[in-house]
Ligand binder design. Sequence first.
Ligand code: NAI
Length: 255
Amino acid sequence: MDGNLKGKTAVVTGAARGIGAAIAKKLAAEGANVAVCDLKAEWCAETVAALEAFGVKAKAYGVNVAVSAEVDACVKQVLADFGAINVMVNNAGITKDGLLMRMSDDDWDAVLNVNLKGTFLFTRAVSRPMMKNKAADGAQLGGSIINIASVVGIMGNAGQANYTASKGGVIALTKTTAKELGSRNVRCNAVAPGFIQSKMTDVLPDDVKRSYMDTIPLKRFGTAEDIAKAVAWLAGDESAYVTGQIISVNGGMIG
Ligand code: NAI
């Protein structure tokens, strides 16, 4: 698949570290130029340096995905800097876990605002520029939007009412986006990771990790690179006839 995304511009949110950084690197390895977005531009320096090593253009943007005006300004700046947006990866996400009986309004709102509203805001902001992408012969080039959902957005998870609701919402939003933008060749799919080794999951107690492992037929936790490979496939033309789908990358945890 090397060079699959040559000349394309991708925007990746939450790309300072973790799964987002791995996605940005994989897209760059495939030849894409990448707008590296996170809460603070300076947090993205390491990712940007790693992408530049692939010989592509990379630039950091400080943006809170939950704030409409910041998202719109970021997309405008990316268009000015790169000329077009072909791939959008909505990856930024947070958890604020707790049993629902004790969950505060603030913890509910914070998670829904970043994970679900943030995905909506970036999708809305890139949809028009993507619809305008045309080939030299006038053919509709469109674009590819990839949302990072979660296995627990499909099956639910005790202690994560806010997070599971946000990811379930991302799944429904993915299907609606695919229906609304499909006629302009803008595709929208989600990747639903299972248990991935990362800062988000490192903090879980060992007994919780062991109980997850028991449910994984492939008998290992996933890596950020496992997710990045699925995202790269959805980003490029090899998945040209795929839209509105939720691709589970979970070691077989659930079908
Ligand atoms: P992480 O916590 O390592 O990285 C998340 C990144 O998003 C951070 O760089 C953070 O600064 C950024 N971010 C947070 N709030 C933001 C905001 N308001 N605006 C802009 N950037 C913001 O998390 P990780 O593990 O890399 O997760 C990435 C995505 O994958 C998330 O959507 C998460 O829900 C999802 N996921 C992760 C799984 C895992 O096992 N780690 C499993 C399933 C899904």
